[in-house]
Each structure stands twice: as structure tokens, then as C-alpha cells.
Design a protein around this ligand. Structure first.
Ligand code: HEM
Length: 264
């Protein structure tokens, strides 16, 4: 199963052009969903207005090379490692989910666009990485869902309480889960159920990409943008119009450090 390209097998019953059209439609849904999300939340408008205001308060004019170095450092030290999640489980779960999803999506695109003809021979690295990506997404996503979600870990809600904010994580892990099950059933040639799980796999993808306006999907674009802006503002001294960090906890003792902050 792990070294079989499920899309090449699928090509026996569905023309590869149809699979490629589905991927392009999902891409279109990302663009449309993100644009509507930006219009609705007005976050990009706020972001640029804030950046303009901060520029006025800049104490240092950053050269292009300094800006480039700040951006590169943010990408390598913060975005690629999601360092804002600290050193604990939350970050490990997120890294598993994030890199798993990237592997799953990139290898899906490669296999659908280059190796989904009836007679195509897929280098086994792609299906292996596709399954690995799906498994990593499930590990990170279910770990987050069952144990790390703020509602469960800090607010004592049961794991089965579902709210709109869960749309992203749930549709993400469910699409990866259905992908694995479909691949298994298809490689084991278990008729009817392979079709059933293929349909569920498609539907969960439509919910994931079609639900962007209502979900947290777009954080993968906003978070890197915000991190870069924050570090540029730090480097040019404008500090996002915020004051210098206070040293009061040091002055008044370490009481603030007695318990890890988790009462959100
Ligand atoms: C393919 C890219 C990514 C995927 C698949 C992904 C996936 C996820 C998922 C499933 C969640 C849980 C959502 C929820 O609260 O229900 C999450 C939360 C989060 N993500 Fe990402 N993410 C990606 C990229 C990023 C990037 C680039 C950053 C930061 C630079 C980031 C920072 C965060 C943060 C801070 C949270 C909140 C975590 C928490 O509440 O514990 N993510 N992400």
C-alpha cells in the first residue's frame, strides 16, 4: 500500500484530467475563501494601516540588506519552526501536522499532475511520502484535537464538544484519515468501500478548502506575515507603537512565574 500511487490506480476508473480539475478547483477555493476572509475580517487593511503608522515612528531607516536579513531570519527561526508555540508538546504536534500536510499536498499535486495516467510508473518515493504526510497530519492533528486544544486542556470541556473554530483542524485530519483508508481499501481491492472512502475523501477536501471563510485555514498565510512585520518593527525601533517591555516582574518578585499561564 505505502509504495502504491493511489491516483494511478484510480485512473482505471476516472480520467486524470478530472483529478487535475479537482485540484485546480480546490486551489480556486483557497484564493476565493482567503479573499472573502480578508474582506470580512479587515485584517490585511488593519495590517497595512498599522505598518504605515509604525513606519512613521521608525527610529532607524532599515537598508534593503538589513530588511532581507530580518525577513530571512524570521522565516528560518520562527516560521519554519513555529517557534511562537514554545518548546513543548504544542509545538511538536503543530510541526507534525504542518510538515505532514505540506508533504501530503505537495506529493498529491506531483502524483496527480505527473503520474496519474493509466500506465504511468510512479517513483516509489512519492507514494511513500504521501502516506507518511497523511500519517504525520493525523498524529499532530489528533494529538492537538484530543489533548492540547485550549477548550480541552485549559477550559475542561470534553473532547467531543465541537464548535465552528474546530472546522479547520477537523476537516484537515479527517481528509488525511479518509485518504489513508481509501488508499488501503483500493490497494487491497475491497470493492464498494474503496469507492465510498474515495467519495468521503473528496467531500472532506471540499469542506476543508471550501470552508476557509469560516475556518482558521488562512492562519498559515497571516501568521508568517505578522511575524515578519513584528520583527521589522522591532528592528526599526517603531515596536508596533508599543512600549518597551516592562521589568516590573523582576522588581516585584517571581510570583508571576509560579504557575505556567494556561487560564486563557
Ligand atoms: C501547512 C501549514 C500549516 C498547517 C497545516 C497548520 C495547521 C494548524 C492547525 C491544525 C492548528 C490548530 C487550529 C485550531 O486552533 O483549531 C494550528 C494552529 C496554530 N498554528 Fe498552524 N498550521 C500551518 C502553518 C502555520 C504557520 C506558518 C504558523 C506560524 C508562523 C502557524 C502557527 C500556528 C499557531 C500559533 C497556532 C495556534 C496553536 C495552538 O492554539 O496551540 N501555523 N495550525
Amino acid at each position: 500500500m505505502f509504495n502504491i500511487n493511489p491516483f494511478a490506480d484510480l485512473a482505471q476508473s476516472i480520467p486524470s484530467i478530472l483529478m487535475q480539475t479537482f485540484v485546480l478547483l480546490m486551489f480556486l477555493l483557497i484564493v476565493i475563501g482567503t479573499i472573502f476572509d480578508i474582506i470580512h475580517k479587515k485584517n490585511v487593511k488593519y495590517f497595512f494601516e498599522n505598518a504605515k503608522k509604525a513606519k512613521k515612528n521608525a527610529k532607524i531607516e532599515l537598508s534593503t540588506s538589513k530588511k532581507t536579513s530580518v525577513i530571512l531570519k524570521t522565516v528560518t527561526n520562527e516560521i519554519l519552526t513555529t517557534s511562537e508555540l514554545g518548546r513543548g508538546k504544542r509545538r511538536i504536534a503543530h510541526l507534525l501536522g504542518m510538515y505532514g500536510t505540506i508533504l501530503f499536498w505537495v506529493t498529491s499535486i506531483i502524483m496527480i499532475f505527473f503520474y496519474s495516467e493509466k500506465n504511468s510508473i510512479t517513483p516509489s518515493i512519492y507514494p511513500v511520502l504521501w502516506h507518511l504526510g497523511a500519517v504525520m497530519t493525523c498524529l499532530g492533528g489528533y494529538w492537538f484535537w484530543f489533548f492540547l486544544r485550549v477548550d480541552v486542556s485549559a477550559e475542561a470541556y470534553p473532547w467531543y464538544r465541537i464548535i465552528q473554530a474546530d472546522l479547520f483542524v477537523l476537516s484537515l485530519v479527517i481528509s488525511a484519515t479518509f485518504g489513508i483508508i481509501w488508499s488501503f481499501l483500493q490497494s487491497a481491492n475491497i470493492l464498494f468501500f474503496d469507492t465510498l472512502f474515495f467519495v468521503l475523501f473528496c467531500l472532506s477536501n471540499i469542506v476543508l478548502f471550501g470552508g476557509i471563510y469560516w475556518s482558521k485555514f488562512a492562519h498559515m498565510f497571516y501568521k508568517p506575515g505578522a511575524a515578519i512585520q513584528r520583527n521589522l518593527a522591532e528592528a526599526d525601533g517603531s515596536r508596533d507603537n508599543l512600549p518597551e517591555p516592562s521589568n516590573k516582574p523582576k522588581q516585584f518578585g517571581l510570583g508571576i512565574k509560579r504557575e505556567a499561564p494556561k487560564h486563557y
